[in-house]
Design a protein around this ligand. Structure first.
Ligand code: PXL
Length: 432
């Protein structure tokens, strides 16, 4: 996944472009960056701002959009009218999700959007937004309210939506002493999402939230899911905030574990294989990776949804979760009992042509026949566990690939195993 972050440079690396590089990298996203302004600031003081020229801004955009497939854009600090108008002109035709984090002031009171530019921001930036994420102060300013006004949050959100943002999320509203909530306004509905409040001032949480939000939105195209994901992600980053300089703590994003990283990498490569959609079965595909010595499917990372066919494209629907897969994870569990180094697997569509390629390769192929399974096992036990055991018995050595030809109402299937997702992927590349 490639996400473009457009915003200001923060040399303390707490917010702005530098924060987005940290967040997106931790989520295994390749982040492209376009700098709108250079700030000088640290954790106690906000120094100067120098916006970039129109020329270099245009040139950055042209170079990036002509080269990369961009899955989504995050817009942060835009500072002045010239930058606002340039961005509008260059981005208005792009048909990808755009998240706008309308930053106006930094925690240390630095100006991130000039007062004089607010009208142009409303006119040119808000209509670009798939989702806009103002905090309470920003929402009141953007909706032309007095910053201390008591107008209901929903009313303010509607005003911002009427300016052209498809969805509006007002973040960080204090609803109770220990609770902080976001008001979400979608096209035809609004609702609140609440979470626990951590009592500290920090540098970076707003950027963490909007970056995590667009990441999840691109993956699931579901606002509610994305808000929940971003809230959880931000909560962690605030909890892990560190006092690195002399002033306010900087939020810290969790680095993902190696299992998540390696599986994400392999899934991203898998979905990009040419014509791979032809190998996705009717019941779709899962790709899993287990911890060492798994005791149950809860120790095995898999996709909570599936890898699904969308026309000739293949997309990941759902998130990686331990316990996210039942079927393929159970197959790994059964294999791992016989051979402890087998920790990863994927299921693909059964095709005679694939079986012939496997036979021609040096891979070890085994099978089981679902028609041999007892009625008792079919009803009371795990068919896949039974099948994998049977296929191991049917083979002299531990198989790389196991298939079955289906049964009444059961789709035939091929499962490819390996020590890790990369090895599974290497095997797939030999046979598709
Ligand atoms: O978090 C908002 C933000 C965005 N961009 C830059 C910033 C800040 C806050 O300080 O400095 C460059």
């Amino acid at each position: 996944m490639n996400i473009l972050s457009i915003g200001g440079s923060d040399p303390s690396s707490g917010a702005g472009i530098q924060s987005d590089i940290k967040t997106f990298s931790s989520l295994n996203v390749h982040v492209l960056t376009i700098i709108t302004a250079i700030t000088s600031q640290n954790t106690t003081n906000f120094g100067r701002v120098e916006p970039v020229s129109k020329k270099i801004l245009e040139s950055q955009i042209q170079n990036i959009i002509s080269d990369f497939k961009i899955d989504g854009i995050k817009i942060g600090m835009v500072y002045n009218s010239e930058i606002i108008k340039t961005l509008h002109k260059q981005l208005k035709k792009m048909e990808i999700p755009i998240i706008v984090d309308p930053v106006i002031k930094s925690t240390t009171n630095g100006i991130l959007l000039k007062k004089r530019a607010i009208k142009d921001f409303q006119k040119f930036i808000i209509p670009l937004a798939t989702i806009i994420t103002p905090n309470e102060f920003e929402a009141r300013v953007l909706s032309n309210e007095n910053e201390n006004s008591k107008t209901a949050h929903t009313k303010i959100a509607i005003k911002i939506q009427e300016m052209g943002s498809k969805n509006v999320i007002i973040t960080g509203i204090k609803t109770k002493k220990t609770e902080i909530s976001d008001l979400v306004l979608e096209r035809n509905s609004n609702y609140w999402i609440s979470g626990g409040k951590i009592n500290n001032t920090n540098h970076g949480s707003g950027d963490n939230f909007s970056a995590a939000l667009i990441f999840s939105y691109i993956k699931n195209k579901n606002i509610q899911k994305a808000v929940k994901f971003a809230k959880q992600f931000t909560h962690e980053s605030i909890k892990n905030a560190k006092k690195i300089g002399k002033g306010i703590p900087i939020t810290e994003v969790k680095k993902q574990d190696k299992i998540t990283n390696d599986l994400t990498d392999a899934i991203n490569k898998f979905i990009e294989i040419k014509n791979i959609y032809k190998n996705i079965p009717e019941c779709q595909t899962n790709f899993v990776y287990s911890k060492q010595k798994p005791k149950s499917t809860k120790d095995i990372l898999g996709i909570s949804g599936r890898i699904v066919k969308a026309g000739k494209r293949v997309v990941v629907a759902g998130d990686l979760e331990y316990g996210g897969s039942k079927h393929v994870a159970t197959a790994v569990l059964a294999m791992n009992k016989k051979s402890a180094d087998v920790c990863s697997a994927i299921n693909i569509k059964y095709q005679e042509s694939t079986i012939s390629k496997i036979k021609k390769s040096k891979m070890i192929l085994s099978y089981y026949d679902r028609r041999e399974e007892s009625q008792f096992n079919k009803i009371k036990k795990s068919s896949i566990k039974w099948g994998i055991k049977k296929a191991i018995k049917n083979s002299k050595n531990i198989p790389d690939v196991i298939f079955h030809k289906g049964d009444f109402g059961k789709e035939p299937m091929i499962i490819i195993f390996g020590e890790n997702p990369k090895k599974v992927l290497d095997k797939i590349l030999k046979i598709v």
